[in-house]
Design a protein around this ligand. Structure first.
Ligand SMILES: Nc1ncnc2c1ncn2[C@@H]1O[C@H](COP(=O)(O)OP(=O)(O)OP(=O)(O)O)[C@@H](O)[C@H]1O
Ligand SMILES: [Mg+2]
Length: 372
């Protein structure tokens, strides 16, 4: 038995402290915060100017001394003080400062697989300093799998790939534990960087990160798009005949930036094919990470996975046709879980609400000691 039980307590929350987005789930209320993990800081004074959605609006638009930065890099805390301030802001907003009057919330925070003890301690300390009374940790793919209602506690194998902003986590879960996991520091944000680099190399055009992300979301895909006959897309597109195999769809959108040679603003049309070419190398690396995990999966569990399939979670899984490519490359059916960007925090919230059944899925920490 666990030494300490967590009593059912009203001020409890689950937090997905992501590289790109942070979410807070409050017990009994559901998701109350979903904001970018961005903090705007005045470098002259060190003062924090805004956090979350407000701060994201400032990215790339601020005068030089105001920097909008992300305190997490590749899923782990890189700026401790700023992370603490961001967490404090989210926790207070989520609990409407009620806990200040007395009870401080107990919090479950998602962490990437395979982080060091020092990195775990940084998450616990930052969350405690931000106002939590006790902090429990859960590995993000485990929480995402629970959020997707996969049977994580059964003897079968569950294969989950969480493609976030900073990391791609691949995990095989069985009997309430992670049997094998791999973490790759290539995910959605790297795809944005790839598009920035492509624009620069191919067109000598300097574009911002927000523009690159918009291109990825509006026309990006991992595999050629074959349109259904009646696809009603609003964005500008050209139809190109693709012989007898139906119609190959080409999406084109304008990309605005500054010409690096003339220094003047310029608009160039970018197609889905260009975007795919830009992101190809990184996507291949994500696919190889999945394949490497498959190779290391014990055969019995792999037999289960061949049946149940590969589940994709995280915002990066929304890249068009990524599921098709994963399925084609691995020969295993692949599905995107429902609402992939909120699955982690919903899963951690389910653990809060069903602690007696699910506490074995938490990571051992000072608060949660191993069974005797
Ligand atoms: N429709 C979409 N198509 C492609 N990518 C998308 C889409 N929507 C969001 N993304 C990408 O998903 C990423 C953010 O996903 P998510 O919120 O799951 O990451 P995170 O949890 O903050 O990061 P991490 O888990 O790595 O710490 C961003 O890179 C974003 O560009
Ligand atoms: Mg994440």
């Amino acid at each position: 038995m666990f030494k300490k039980f967590i009593p059912h307590f009203s001020e409890e929350s689950a937090i997905d402290l992501g590289t790109a987005n942070s979410l807070v789930y409050v017990r009994g209320q559901g998701i109350v915060i979903q904001e970018p993990s961005v903090v705007a800081v005045n470098q002259k004074t060190g003062q924090i100017l805004s956090i979350g959605a407000e701060a994201k609006k400032m990215v790339g638009r601020t005068p030089g001394y105001i920097v909008a930065n992300r305190p997490l890099v590749q899923g782990v805390i890189s700026d401790f003080e700023v992370t603490e301030q961001m967490l404090k802001y989210f926790i207070e907003k989520a609990h409407k400062k009620r806990f200040i009057l007395g009870s401080r919330p107990r919090v479950i925070v998602g962490i990437p697989c395979g982080v060091t003890e020092v990195e775990k301690k940084a998450v616990i300390d930052a969350t405690k300093n931000a106002g939590a009374s006790e902090v429990f940790l859960i590995e993000q793919p485990m929480a995402a799998a629970i959020g997707a209602r996969l049977p994580v506690q059964e003897a079968g194998g569950n294969f989950i790939v969480d493609i976030g902003g900073g990391t791609t986590e691949v995990a095989v879960i069985s009997l309430g534990g992670i049997v094998i996991s791999k973490s790759l520091r290539i995910a959605g944000d790297k795809l944005n960087e790839d598009i920035i680099q492509f624009a620069q190399e191919e067109y000598k055009l300097l574009i911002g990160e927000r523009t690159a992300e918009e291109i990825k979301i509006r026309i990006g895909s991992a595999y050629p798009l074959i349109s259904a006959r009646n696809l009603k897309e609003k964005i500008q597109k050209e139809q190109i005949s693709n012989g007898t195999n139906g119609t190959k769809e080409k999406k084109v959108i304008p990309m605005r930036g500054r010409n690096l040679i003339t220094g003047l603003p310029e608009e160039i049309l970018i197609s889905d094919g260009d975007a795919r070419r830009a992101m190809e190398k990184s996507i291949k690396q994500i696919i190889s990470e999945i394949k490497n995990t498959i190779e290391e999966t014990p055969p019995e569990l792999l037999a289960d996975v061949m049946n149940s399939g590969i589940y994709l979670a995280g915002g990066g899984s929304l890249l068009r046709k990524l599921d098709v490519l994963v399925s084609k490359e691995t020969k295993i059916p692949t599905k995107i879980i429902e609402d992939p960007m909120t699955a982690m925090v919903r899963g951690a919230g389910m653990v809060l609400e069903n602690l007696d059944q699910l506490k074995e899925t938490l990571v051992e920490t000072e608060y949660l000691e191993p069974p005797k």
